[in-house]
Design a protein around this ligand. Sequence first.
Ligand SMILES: Nc1ncnc2c1ncn2[C@@H]1O[C@H](COP(=O)(O)OP(=O)(O)O)[C@@H](O)[C@H]1O
Ligand SMILES: C=C(OP(=O)(O)O)C(=O)O
Ligand SMILES: [K+]
Ligand SMILES: [Mg+2]
Length: 561
Amino acid sequence: MSGSFRFSISLSPLHSNEFPRMPVTKPRIHVPVPKPMTVALSKVVSPLRVAAPAVMIAAAGLEVDRVTEAELKENGFRSTRRTKIVCTIGPRTCELEEIEALAVGGMNVARVNMCHGTREWHRDVIRRVRQLNEEKGFAVAVMMDTEGSEIHMDDLNDAESAKAEDGQIWTFTVRAFDQPSRPERTITVNYDGFAEDVKVGDELLVDGGMVKFVVTEKIGPDVICRCTDPGLLLPRANLTFWRNGSLVRERNAMLPTISSKDWLDIDFGIEEGVDFIAVSFVKSAEVIKTLKSYIIDRSPGSQIGIIAKIESIDSLKNLEELIRVSDGTMVARGDLGAQIPLEQVPLVQHEVIQLCRQLNKPAIVASQLLESMIEYPIPTRAEVADVSEAVGQQADALMLSSESAMGQYPEKALAVLRSVSLRIEKCRREEKHWDVTDLRIVSSSKLDEISEEICNTTSRMANKLKADAILVYTKTGQTASLLSRNRPDCPIFAFTPSTSIQRCLNLQWGLIPFRLDFSDDMESNLNRTFSLLKARAMIKSGDLIIVVSDVMQSIQAIKVP
Ligand SMILES: Nc1ncnc2c1ncn2[C@@H]1O[C@H](COP(=O)(O)OP(=O)(O)O)[C@@H](O)[C@H]1O
Ligand SMILES: C=C(OP(=O)(O)O)C(=O)O
Ligand SMILES: [K+]
Ligand SMILES: [Mg+2]
């Protein structure tokens, strides 16, 4: 290996978590039955091309997601997709073949939203993803999203929707009804303090303003409202109330971020071995710390990553600390847009992506990216511009919600995310947008700082030398993450012995995670990797590769023999 240089030092162990276990209280569980939605198809446009499934080639000891491998070969590995895709699984996509179609279409992470459906329903979905991973060679990670303590409506007696007309009088109540005895135009609200907290004259916004009411009268547990902006009420829609133009957050602001039902869902997620738990309506870093120590307590050695959802005013007050303690964030623009003026949402998105990059945490941009594709087979130009913006900002991942959960065109929506990502990424590379100089130091120890500097240097080197790929051998995933943070020009092949770390790395920009057993002998690791990759046509003789290892803390520049 002439022309290579190296230096080595051992890595420090991972930081331990010293927070106490969270007590669990008895929950109030509600179990709505998931049901398919029908949406009208009102435009017919030729479908976008979706890559054909690749044939799995077995090469002993080296495992990579079969679709990632196909994408590598299809696009040439310098042009493989860097932006990752999260798909929400719902009634439209919960069957094995439907999940497989999403996996084939490039889904890196499957998300289940505990706000909807029963635990049994979610269990089936999670197991199907696992089954596909095992049987069909995918490495799709699973993200469980908590319900959180938001105020929302009930299930509308399992109706698909209810229409509120202009001027109609509706009752929002905290009374519970047996299904048949519920009066017409009556909606049950899940938060007991609701009737006490609202005042006559308050505005009641459903789903951030899709339907609006004004409170005209209060009678005990009933809040009588007149509809001022008519529209469709959807099951379990989110509710906010506004007084004199400001969001009212009285006692509801004191509700626990993780409700007792959420704790049970979290236990369920741990049992089912999910890879990520996304925490809805996070307010403080403390709750994330508590959850992390709870998980470590329950499942020692667990690799579950905690994603802080930025979707409330409170989360914005503690943004930096929240991001620092979590394993990633989601800009949950849906609820965020119901709490802050809409024109501020893009600013928050930009800020969160920047901060995440500085703090070395993955950032997901979520909600309404391709909203019109719930009904139509192609997106609006404005939606494509929104996706382009998020890709251009180099967010780690984009997320589909309703588009994949209950829309008419989940696979087409996924294909749009893929093609827009590829196009915008290519454009950025051609413009040589390497901005690796302004990253601040994130490490808290000298040893970690050395890894960090190695990764920064590696990325700069790879860019200057026009390397074909960076190879990283990582046991914890941290070194791979630090490389991804630099957003280098070439893809990063990350080798890790753990399947769960392999799946978790699937959320991070530009990482191509492989599962590989490797030793501390880098020379033999490299020779083996080269021959395995060559056998699968994933590299070729003459390719310039930069190799980094968190085992050795070394950098080597190598022409593939
Ligand atoms: N498990 C499920 N069961 C039934 N419907 C679901 C499920 N998951 C998602 N959906 C549907 O897909 C929509 C979009 O999903 P998502 O964005 O996760 O939820 P929400 O819109 O409530 O924030 C939901 O509003 C709901 O109609
Ligand atoms: C992603 C979001 O959260 P959920 O879908 O759980 O409401 C959001 O509010 O944008
Ligand atoms: K949720
Ligand atoms: Mg939300």
